[in-house]
Design a protein around this ligand. Sequence first.
Ligand code: IPM
Ligand code: MG
Length: 370
Amino acid sequence: MAMFKIAVIPGDGIGPEVTESTCEVLRAVSEKSGHGFSFTEVMAGGIAIDTCGEPLPAETLKTCKESDAVLLGAVGGPKWDALPGNKRPEAALLGLRKGLGLFANLRLAILFPELKSSSPLRPDLVENGVDILIVRELTGGIYFGKRGLAPSEECLEDGTPKGMEAFDIETYSEAEIERILRVGFNSAMQRKKSLTVVDKANILETSRLWRKVTERIAPEYPEVSYEFMYVDNASMQLLRRPASLDVIVTSNMFGDILSDEAGMITGSIGMLPSASLGAPGKPGMYEPVHGSAPDIAGKGIANPLATILSAALMLRYSLGLPEEGIKIEKAVADVLSKGYRTADIVLSGETDILSTKEMTEKVIEAYRAL
Ligand code: IPM
Ligand code: MG
């Protein structure tokens, strides 16, 4: 029986509530499977700014590096919105991604059959379900490129002085592109063997390099059929024919945008898990796709399922316990099919709304019964 070290970053907003729920579920996994989990809580985000004066204390990163996996709730909130970029709670996320070398972000957009009617798309577009995996590059591109802000000496064509001028540079190296594309191809191999590489190659030099690298390595995955798609078209196809997309691999910025869109298509962004992975053997980080939802924080009504499903991914990718991960996913599907809902996923006509704690208990019950 193994003993796993898990760093827990509750963070801000509903983060503490959903991570607490998820640790409860992992305790149930421990009881049933005999594997041990030790949880070390560390700070990041707004709460770390308030307590230690910085969004990502060195101690936090150190603890995460020494763990087998990291469970993160959410960071950010209006309270810290006025702070400069590198002092904001979001800087903690970027610091964790870079510091842990988490270059591959896997975001699932799954339409649970029970929640079909929550999709904002026409029923005929989603009747066969939606199950899209977005593989987002996470430690490069415009998020980590050179940036600056300075007064400009120049004027517009009509003589208006430009005033302040800012820039953010998108940079990608062949090696960075290759390693994320390989995650895309390998994910496609485990699914429907279909890969969509999303870019803006009609404009961006970085995108043209993505295409070149794709064509170079694609012959190593002869079973995978791949296509290139411009990001504007991809955002349209996600709405037009979501069921025909399977694995999408793309840059940091495009992945950020498309994953919110894909999440919304499922109608329940409160349900979507994510995994951020680095080199094999290094700790991965697992977090819900939804944010800190400050408007409902502390009320005990947040949907814990996205974080619980993120823990299922953790069991699979970082802890080598895929069977337990599958059981957690089954338990979540079970509670949904029995009609248990938190406020965010309640359908019209349903009146019995569960709190975060009640939903967690239902999942644990369903898991124990498997
Ligand atoms: C996400 C979020 C983050 C990102 C923010 C909070 C920095 O939107 O994880 O998608 O842009 O990566
Ligand atoms: Mg985002």
